[in-house]
Each structure stands twice: as structure tokens, then as C-alpha cells.
Design a binder for this molecule. Structure first.
Ligand SMILES: *Cc1c(COP(=O)(O)O)cnc(C)c1O
Length: 459
């Protein structure tokens, strides 16, 4: 069937190459033209409403076209839109750096700005390598990452990522990363249960550390949720042990909080739940509430000091991006953090998160293909499996997630499944009624998909 397409859709297809997409798919599923947004909703050119259950790729916190944030942005735009950030500074950047140093775990006192999550990862990797080099440990030039990790798309970030779908093609271009088996709580090979888990799976990391300690600069990890891998969740104990291992083996810990930072896991930062301070913390996405690209790498005095010397020593960190410390983005981030405080959003997240968890667990429990419903803070995930007992996955060629996504869109809900995992990561301004709606439309979409296919039922 050839859908009727609008003028803008046709012109889009003439010139635009969309991210993370097979453009041929767009021929029978053209891009939806969004005209406006308000709160948790997006509106297309025909006025159709979509509930944004994925916060527009995990960036939005307080709704689209948020009054306070838009006003702060407009005011800043009339005062100063941008200035070179080498040898220059400005109030929004200073205030934001102070604020980030204050709200992140103790000991993270220095802030380096970049433009997006991937660049923040590049900064942390380069800083860690250079730190060791300047401490006379030039052999420490490799990184350890977990299976199923995701850290972004630039070559360095992709190198530490472990999701084959994104990496495989580029393997010849990537750094030689050391890979440890990451936690897999749903299919736990040790038969532990999340509540009483003693994290025996950490042994995989320790084995690699024992062998590669001398050549390792840092371990990089997504605290509590391996998001892009399908919202794989694991307990804080794992992080706590990981930090101990890093200290014991003289390896940095890079906490990639790009997806989980700013309240997503129920605390401001996921690392808080393990009571740890990493050597580097990478922040982006929610930092600007979904308004502008901005990222920050927080690090310690110890790291900073290793670069601090007379110019001739050539120890400086000579890394920059054109838009480093952009005033508009910094001002927006400040407003986002102010809203967090003024409206006690961490409490709201706890309350709404608990509500969502209870309701979704109950509703999806009836689905014959539900492997697991799992949730941390305001991130909920439904893993669909072919067989509940063996936990066998649906083959990726069936594109179950993609098909359910299309059905849900038709019903006015924007999900963006990761393979066979559907997830909710809504803006925090969502109400309980809207949570009901999000869950019931998802349930209908899943049901409708399975009714339309002839997959045998396993019960
Ligand atoms: C999205 C993401 C990144 C990359 O951020 P971009 O801004 O898309 O470059 C890095 N790490 C994690 C954990 C992410 O979810």
C-alpha cells in the first residue's frame, strides 16, 4: 500500500537522511511531520496528537514547549547567544558548573563542557588516557567495557559500546576494547534474584582486570540501566563492587550517566544509589530538558591536577568544540535544575514511578508473551519473549518492536522499542491519568499485534 504523503513529507524524502533508519522503510512509512508540542504531547501537521512516552529519545524532562524553559531561553538569546569559550567565560556557564559540582557525588569538582553525549564520552576517554600518560604510565591506553554497553556513535564512543547492531560494521575502525560480560538480571546465569543478588557476575570484570591491569586506563559503564541494549537493569551493589575493583586495580571509573542522569533512576544520579564517586561522570540528554545539545564531563581534583602545569610542559587538555559552553544551552540547563528544586521533582518521580510500576506489572502480566516487566525510577520496560519458560527471544528479523511501534503510533502513542523490548521513559510532567493511557494503549497495541499474527500461544 502506498500511503498518501504530504508536501513536507515528500520534500523531506527528497533531501533528508534520517538517523538510525533504513531510508527505504520511509517509502511506506513516511516521517511524521510534527508541528508543535505541549507538555507530554506532540502534534502533527494534521493536528493528530501523540503521547511522547520516550521523551523524544530520552532528552525531555518537563514537557515540550515548557513555559519556564522557553522564557529563559528567549531572554538569554537576546542577551548573549554564544562566545568563544577559550579565555572567555559567562554567567550561565559559571553558575551551571557550580551547580553541577554541588549536586553530583562528592569529589567531582571540575566541569568540562561538550556538545552531546558521544563527545562527553570522547572527552572522558581522552582525559583518562592522558592522565595516566602524564603520571608516567603510558601503557595504560586501553578501556574495559561491558557486553551490551552503549556509549554513543562517534568512533571512540562506539569502540566502547557493545551492541553489535551499531558496532559490527565499523569494527575495523574501532579501538581494541577489552570486554567483560555485563550483568544480565533477566537471564541471570547464576540464578540470583535482584533483591538478594550478591552480584557474582562481577567476577568477569575482575578476571579482565587481573590480566589487563597494566594496560587499562579506565572502565566505562552505564550505571544501573544499560539503556540502548533494551533497558537492562541491575542492582547498585554491582556498581559499588565495580568502584572497589577500580581502586584496587588502579583503573579509572567512567560513569556514563547520559541516559540515567537527572532523576531517571529515582535519584538525581544513578551513582548515588551505590554511594560512589566515579573519576569521570558524563552528562547530557536531560541536562537541558530536551531543548539544546549540551554535555558535561565532571571529574576530580586529582585528574585536573595531572594536567595543571606550566604551558611548556605540554600537559594541557587541548580539546575543544566550537559550541563549548554555549550560553543558551547553559541557561536552559540552569532553568531545568531550578525546576527540579522548585517543584520537588525527585519526590514526584518516586511517586509516579511507583504508580507506573504497580499498574504496568498488573496489566502486562496478562500478556502471553511477557517475559518480564522491569522498572527503575521512571524507566519501565516490557521484554517480549517467544517462550516464557525458556525466555527465548523473538528473532530480530520479525521486527516485532517496529510493528508494535507502528500500531501504537496509529493510536496516538510514541513508543520507540529496542528490538523486542518496549519501554516507557516519559517526561516527568506526565500525570497518573496519562500514565494509565500510555499503559493501556501499549497493551492494546501489543494485543493487536499478536492477534494479527499467527504465532502459537505458549501457556
Ligand atoms: C544517548 C547516549 C549516549 C550518546 O549521546 P548523544 O548525545 O546521542 O551523542 C551516550 N551514552 C549513553 C548511555 C546514551 O544513552
Amino acid at each position: 500500500m502506498i500511503p498518501t504523503i504530504s508536501n513536507l513529507q515528500r520534500r523531506d524524502l527528497n533531501h533528508v537522511w534520517h538517523p538510525c533508519s533504513q531510508m527505504k522503510d520511509y517509502e511506506d512509512f513516511p516521517p511524521i511531520v510534527i508541528k508543535s508540542g505541549k507538555g507530554i504531547y506532540l502534534y502533527d501537521e494534521n493536528g493528530k496528537q501523540y503521547l511522547d512516552a520516550v521523551s523524544s529519545w530520552w532528552v525531555n524532562l518537563f514537557g515540550h514547549a515548557n513555559e519556564r524553559i522557553s522564557t529563559a531561553l528567549a531572554n538569554q538569546a537576546f542577551q548573549l547567544e554564544h562566545v568563544i569559550f577559550a579565555n572567555f567565560t559567562h554567567e550561565p556557564a559559571v553558575l551551571l558548573a557550580e551547580k553541577l559540582a554541588k549536586i553530583t557525588p562528592d569529589g567531582l569538582t571540575k566541569v568540562f563542557f561538550a556538545d552531546n553525549g558521544s563527545s562527553a564520552i570522547e572527552v572522558a576517554l581522552k582525559m583518562s588516557f592522558q592522565y595516566h600518560m602524564q603520571k608516567n604510565k603510558p601503557n595504560k591506553k586501553r578501556f574495559l567495557a561491558l557486553t551490551d554497553a552503549y556509549h554513543g556513535e562517534t568512533l571512540g564512543a562506539l569502540s566502547v559500546g557493545g551492541v553489535d547492531l551499531y558496532n559490527e560494521v565499523y569494527q575495523p575502525l574501532l579501538l581494541d576494547t577489552i570486554r567483560a560480560q555485563g550483568p544480565d538480571c533477566y537471564r541471570c546465569p547464576y540464578n540470583e534474584s535482584p533483591d538478594s543478588c550478591r552480584t557474582p557476575c562481577i567476577s568477569s570484570v575482575e578476571e579482565k582486570l587481573k590480566v589487563h591491569q597494566a594496560e587499562l586506563a579506565a572502565i566505562i559503564i552505564e550505571p544501573l540501566i544499560q539503556a540502548a541494549a533494551g533497558m537492562k537493569m541491575y542492582p547498585p551493589t554491582y556498581l559499588k563492587k565495580l568502584k572497589e575493583l577500580c581502586l584496587r586495580y588502579d583503573v579509572h571509573l567512567i560513569a556514563d550517566e547520559v541516559a540515567v542522569g537527572f532523576g531517571r533512576t529515582g535519584t538525581m544520579f544513578a551513582c548515588e544509589q551505590a554511594d560512589i564517586t566515579p573519576d569521570f561522570m558524563c552528562l547530557a540528554k536531560g541536562l537541558t530538558g530536551g531543548y539544546l545539545p549540551l554535555s558535561a564531563v565532571l571529574t576530580t581534583e586529582d585528574v585536573y591536577d595531572a594536567f595543571y602545569d606550566d604551558y611548556e610542559s605540554m600537559k594541557a587538555f587541548l580539546h575543544s568544540h566550537s559550541y563549548t559552553g554555549n550560553p543558551l544551552a547553559c541557561r536552559v540547563a540552569l532553568e531545568v535544575l531550578q525546576i527540579f528544586e522548585d517543584d520537588n521533582y525527585l519526590d514526584e518521580i518516586q511517586e509516579k514511578g511507583a504508580y507506573m510500576n504497580e499498574l504496568a506489572s498488573k496489566v502486562f502480566n496478562h500478556q502471553p508473551y511477557l517475559g518480564e516487566y522491569r522498572q527503575t525510577g521512571m524507566v519501565g520496560a516490557i521484554e517480549l519473549v517467544k517462550d516464557k519458560v525458556t525466555k527465548e527471544s523473538f528473532p530480530s528479523e520479525e521486527r516485532i518492536g517496529y510493528k508494535i511501534y507502528q500500531i501504537a503510533l496509529e493510536k496516538g502513542l510514541l513508543l520507540r522499542p529496542l528490538g523486542n523490548v518496549l519501554y516507557f521513559m516519559p517526561p516527568y510532567v506526565i500525570t497518573k491519568e496519562e500514565i494509565n493511557k500510555m499503559i493501556s494503549i501499549t497493551n492494546e497495541a501489543v494485543q493487536q499485534y499478536f492477534e494479527s499474527t499467527k504465532v502459537p500461544t505458549y501457556e
